[in-house]
Design a protein around this ligand. Sequence first.
Ligand SMILES: [Zn+2]
Ligand SMILES: [Zn+2]
Length: 248
Amino acid sequence: MKRFTRKGSAIVESAILIPVLVIALWLFICVSIVLMDWSNATFVVADELRMQSIKTAFVHEPISGPMLIKRRVEHESHMLNEFHVTKYRYLFSKNGIDDLIEFRCEGNFGGRNPLNLLSSVNLKQSVLCRAFTGCESLSKDKGEKENDKTVVYIFPGWGKHYHGKGCRTLKNNPMRVVLNRKIRSKYKCCPYSKKKKPKIGNVVMIFPNSGWDYHVPGCSHIEKYYEEILRSDAKQQGYTACAICGGQ
Ligand SMILES: [Zn+2]
Ligand SMILES: [Zn+2]
């Protein structure tokens, strides 16, 4: 009595192989979809940063960038569970190149396929571009810029002076920062801002000298705010030393 026929073993082999092939194909499709979605998000980030860099020729607007990018990525991506801005630097200098804009973010995919494969995938990216501010180059005061790492404070949109840390104009005004875990553990969200549900990576305002709340842009507690900048960058953007503190 024959127990195994050639035909029978082919059925056994295909019974094992076909599910393996189906799973492999499914996995390949999952990976491709995630990567396609992420490359679309990368395109959105690059496209929005391109717009930001063009806008700097007319207006310095550091706040809207992260929000616009986040909103557009979330709108155009169908797979992303979460999208966070982890870092946003506006008009800074690095290695002798000025007017840079840097955007770092991370996205989380997953949990949306029947087999629960790739149930959680985190991807990160960083995009760096140079803004069109109309400045030709640093050559004129390059030496001075490279040595000047002094941090000063400016009010974007309110006056053209830079201030030292102790200046009294900073005392009652909030500072613009990117919300991170450290700030979230030290400060609590103000009642108005709670409704807006600010996430890690969003721009918020804190009062470093008074108060333990953080606020989202547009909160009624915020009229004008200041932000940290290198003195060399402030000078290059046309800011001059404050008459009260001398910018020290
Ligand atoms: Zn001052
Ligand atoms: Zn508030």
